[in-house]
Write a protein that binds this ligand. Structure first.
Ligand code: NAI
Length: 300
């Protein structure tokens, strides 16, 4: 069966979905970007256009990008070759979405989930066999337009033609370096990355309890963790505190009992407080840097 990709539908236009949509449209492909309501759709469009590298590219993206709500535009999915899910990192939400789109999908289209680490088999379990054959994980990294790495994770039932087609498209058209991973919790990069990020956060928290400010704590931890100067707090602000907490939660749910990594799957209390107040990082206009740095300033 031909699995050629000439158009892309992205569902969820947040940090990652907007990056994937921008990359595909900038490369000259028609993109449909669906969100849950009109306000979220408007913001997703703005976010996608903001990722253009210059005015010409912004015009090109504007021309190729169609946005809409899931309720109003779901049937249009049938016109698209690759359907890429980039909604919240929640197993039930992802499963509900795939059940919903399956009837509208055309034969031969390919599907992917941009999950950070939920096993693919948990997402597809009990859903139509056709979905199991047509789906892989495409785990892009943030920011999508900058980060070259892409993990592609097939499931047990995935048609090899789907893996080949998406690897080709993401490699040749989007310029990614594709690594194929096994369907294990958090795949390769996040299985390692989450531990050092979350354990690093626990260390950073200890520094801050000793009165060390956020920038100094980041400077102390950046080099040993192999991070750029924006550091660990800066990275988590970019990822989103909510996303990081959900990734930790899913990791905890999937690790075997007694695994040493379980201790590092939870946010320390101060971070949990930011989360509870909706201070999620760059996307909400404030996370560690805006909020905690402000608090550092008041102490000194
Ligand atoms: P985000 O919170 O920035 O965006 C999620 C978007 O999906 C929001 O705009 C929201 O309105 C929309 N949405 C949520 N539930 C929906 C539903 N049921 N139907 C339609 N739209 C819905 O999240 P982000 O960071 O873009 O993450 C998306 C996925 O990518 C998650 O699975 C996450 O784990 C994964 N990921 C995130 C990375 C990061 O650094 N933020 C890196 C790699 C993967």
């Amino acid at each position: 069966m031909g699995r050629e990709i000439h158009s892309v539908a992205v569902i969820g236009g947040g940090t990652m979905g907007s990056g994937i949509a921008a990359a595909a449209a900038a490369a000259g492909w028609r993109v449909l970007l669906l969100e849950r309501d009109r306000e979220a759709t408007r913001r997703a469009r703005e976010r996608t256009l903001a990722q253009a590298r210059d005015a010409d590219e912004q015009q090109a993206i504007d021309r190729l990008l169609v946005t809409g709500t899931l309720d109003e535009s779901l049937r249009e999915i049938g016109e698209f070759d690759w359907i890429c899910e980039a909604i919240v990192e929640d197993l039930d939400a992802k499963r509900a979405l795939f059940s919903r789109i399956e009837p509208w999908r055309r034969e031969g289209s390919v599907v992917s989930t941009n999950t950070s680490g939920i096993p693919l088999r948990a997402i597809t379990e009990g859903l139509p066999d056709r979905l199991g054959r047509d789906i892989v994980v495409t785990h892009f990294f943030n920011p999508v337009r900058v980060m070259k790495l892409l993990e592609i994770v097939p499931g047990n039932d995935t048609d090899p033609a789907v893996v080949a087609s998406l690897s080709r498209f993401c490699g040749d058209v989007l310029g990614k370096g594709v690594v194929q991973a096994k369907d294990t919790v958090n795949f390769i990069a996040n299985r390692i990355g989450c531990f050092w990020m979350l354990s690093g956060l626990h260390h950073a928290h200890r520094f801050r309890n000793q009165g060390i400010g956020i920038e100094r704590a980041d400077a102390l931890l950046s080099a040993p963790l192999g991070l750029p100067a924006t550091g660990l707090y800066g990275l988590i602000d970019l990822i989103g505190l909510d996303v990081m907490a959900l990734v930790g939660r899913n990791l905890a749910a999937n690790l075997p009992e007694g695994d040493a990594g379980l201790a590092f799957t939870r946010f320390p209390a101060e971070e949990a407080g930011l989360l509870a107040r909706g201070q999620l990082g760059r996307k909400s206009g404030g996370g560690f840097y805006r909020v905690l740095k402000g608090a550092d300033g008041q102490k000194s």
